[in-house]
Design a protein around this ligand. Structure first.
Ligand code: PNS
Length: 163
């Protein structure tokens, strides 16, 4: 049984993340989406809300599990008996940071392999940060996030009206 861990902040999940998760399910028997519990980072959604949005968005994918973790990713990998990390790469600009993380994880745990996957072209510019910003400013993000995320944003984030 081959397990991959797809870690991230997922604040909130976008269709780009979902695309990577779906692609991961074609390669691995089990895909564990792991949300980092990071107290320092200013997040819009609390971790339990992010987990709920991830679960709702992946409910049709039986091989996907949603977890949260704190501390080192490699320790989480050992706990769930996995040695593969999946990360999405949208553009060359993502690469440097991802390359550093992959090599650091390999240094910490030499049997860890990181697999980089490209999302569908239509999501290559989508990020959680931009989606939140565009929503706040009244832009249409309905094609960029799962419906549950859009609903949650509508109930949570006031839309700023420009002049
Ligand atoms: O979605 P993000 O914020 O780019 O995800 C970053 C994440 C969660 C993958 C990364 O910050 C992480 O793995 N944090 C856990 C702490 C850790 O293991 N750090 C050392 C590895 S470089």
């Amino acid at each position: 049984m081959k397990t991959a861990v797809y870690p991230g902040s997922f604040d909130p999940i976008t269709n780009g993340h979902l695309d990577i998760i779906r692609r991961g399910t074609r390669l691995f028997d089990r895909v564990i989406v792991a949300v980092l519990e990071n107290e320092e980072k200013r997040a819009l959604f609390q971790v339990p809300e992010r987990l709920e949005l991830l679960r709702a968005s992946t409910k049709d994918l039986s091989s996907v599990e949603i977890h949260s973790f704190s501390g080192l990713l490699v320790n989480f990998l050992h706990r769930v008996d996995a040695n593969v990390v999946v990360r999405g790469i949208r553009a060359v600009s993502d690469f440097e940071y991802e390359f550093q993380m992959a090599l650091m994880n390999r240094e910490l745990s030499p049997d860890t392999e990181t697999i980089f996957m490209m999302p569908a072209v239509e999501y290559s510019y989508v990020s959680s940060r931009l989606v939140k910003e565009v929503f706040r400013l009244g832009g249409d993000i309905s094609s960029l996030v799962p419906a549950v995320v859009l609903e949650k944003l509508r109930s949570r984030v006031p839309i700023a009206t420009g002049r």
